[in-house]
Design a binder for this molecule. Structure first.
Ligand code: CA
Ligand code: CA
Ligand code: CA
Length: 209
């Protein structure tokens, strides 16, 4: 029973030390989207730059890519009629720089993308580059929007650069999420070791009585 408690305490400590934390950027910069049948712009972007101009330079703000809204359907459904649709769609390979005001460590980036199987020239991208690391994206089964998580790298800094590599004429993105594996603080280690030490002492005391 005491060993079970000890094991449970250890598992709890390890679980808390590897918990994943979501990190919201303070701003992002990129070129605005393009016009096709509709306008696939980042019309709610809060920074400087023309939000209704194709490929205008947008800097210092946030918009469609970090508003928490993930497009639930293909571009031809969610973008019609022309308005502030949830996607940003490009006919170039967009490079987006995400900025944090404080230094962050990031181990995973999730991209929420459309896969229209080529309808209107819109397909899943061939891959994404995150902080210089290329991640190839296999063609998703079916034709629904999907999420692709790039992980297995570690970025520490203020500005994380990502690029989407198109496979077709267009690439459509509605949200980007960031996760960090929290590194335990020295105090956490101290508490963990202290807690295990206390349990061991209890065990020893019980043995001697
Ligand atoms: Ca969004
Ligand atoms: Ca949009
Ligand atoms: Ca597909």
């Amino acid at each position: 029973m005491r060993m079970t408690l000890l094991t449970a305490a250890l598992v709890a400590c390890l679980a808390s030390s590897t918990a994943s934390a979501a990190l919201m950027p303070d701003s992002y910069s990129m070129l605005n989207g393009n016009t096709g049948s509709y306008n696939y712009w980042d019309q709610t972007y809060t920074g400087s730059g023309c939000v209704t101009c194709n490929n205008a330079s947008l800097t210092g703000g946030k918009g469609d890519l970090t508003d928490g809204i993930i497009a639930p359907d293909n571009w031809f459904v969610t973008e019609a009629p022309a308005g502030n649709g949830p996607y940003v769609g490009w006919t170039l390979d967009p490079t987006i720089t995400f900025h944090w005001n404080t230094t962050v460590t990031i181990n995973a980036v999730t991209f929420y993308l459309d896969d229209a199987n080529g309808a209107g020239g819109v397909s899943a991208p061939a891959g994404v580059i995150v902080d210089g690391n290329l991640f190839t994206i296999a063609e998703p089964a079916g034709s629904a929007p999907f999420a692709f998580a790039a992980n297995g790298f570690s970025f520490t800094g203020n500005d994380l650069v990502v690029t989407l590599n198109r496979k077709n004429q267009w690439v459509f993105l509605s949200e980007v999420g960031f996760n960090a594996t929290a590194v335990p603080e020295p105090e956490t280690y101290a508490l963990m070791v202290g807690g295990l030490g206390a349990l061991a002492m209890i065990r020893r005391r019980r043995k001697t009585t």
